[in-house]
Design a protein around this ligand. Sequence first.
Ligand SMILES: O=C(O)CCC(=O)C(=O)O
Ligand SMILES: [Fe+2]
Length: 388
Amino acid sequence: MRPISKHLARKLSHLTQTSTTNTLIRQHINVSQLYKRWKGAIVSRGLACFIFLHATMNEEPSRTDLLESSGSTIQQLRAALENKTGLHEPWTSGVITLPESKATLFYERQDGTASSLKLGSVTPAQANDLNPACTPATFGLNQQDVLDESYRKAGKLDAGKFAWLFNLCDFTSQLAAGLFPWSSLDKGIRFEPYKLNVYGEGSFFKAHQDTPRGADMFGSLVCLLPIAHEGGNLVLRHHGREFVFNGQALLQNSPPASISWVAFFSDIEHEVTRVTPGYRATITYNLYFDSYIGPPPICQTPTTIEHPFKTTLKKILEDPTTPTTHPILGFGLQHAYPFDRAIVDPDSIKLKGTDATLVQILKELGVSPQFFLLYREDNEKDDCPFRV
Ligand SMILES: O=C(O)CCC(=O)C(=O)O
Ligand SMILES: [Fe+2]
């Protein structure tokens, strides 16, 4: 394991000493790995994405250093944390059957005339009419909308050119329960209609991340309409995990006026694989936190988490021989979070997916975490890649 850099140790040690709480363990999970990810993220997204978590406990510091005395324990801790089984996934999906009264899609054609589709029974002729209503879909690149059919081949209708009666509020709780475990969400969710996309035969959208449109935007929702097609899976990836959303297969076993949907965080890479025959039509929404709306009631019984990381950390915390000198346990968070320059209000950080799980585990073990922003100065001369 690569030792923590001297400079960072000094910084963290200073923070520790000036903090009013006694501290537990000094260690970090994998600074070199963090650095690579942080660098990539900052360049491509403009988001500060790694935060040091400083775990504190009410214990007297002793003189031994956990890193020196029990490297293997730390290795166990790291390995346990890397075990993704049972950790929360950064996406959630499902199927919703629309009541007949809400199963209509209205859209405007390019000549300004209006049309509608009954979503329970879209014929090939109707799908053929929807397609030319669209204009070629662009995508965001370096803050600009770019049209490049070698990267994205699809048609789109902007939000003002289509409407449907489906009320998303009906399933906010389901979406929130999937993305924010353990009631970690204390704000409401606002859905902003974004585009209607139509992918005809041969269409696709290569791997990308969605452009965050504001600090409160945390994710995207894709609703697949019941129009016959083949291919066109939405493949989601994050830190070595992959999820193939085959919305068409989900719809095959559902009543005709059903839609399948998938929601995911903004930092999830995703791509639409090539559509073979038919039309793949989706309605996408940008998802925002909204403090003017109350948090959705989440229908899930609160359960405590069982995970190898929890077991390993618990063992360490309960072991009377665990050294407590100079103790900082740092974790690089897995998701990207928008910050300007500093974490002004740590309570405002809305943790996502596995990060929420990690902090929940700490809470369950009586450890109170703090957040630090890790950053790199442009003209770095010494060997330390980080500042906190
Ligand atoms: O239509 C889809 O399935 C995904 C569209 C998408 O990724 C986007 O609009 O950014
Ligand atoms: Fe996207």
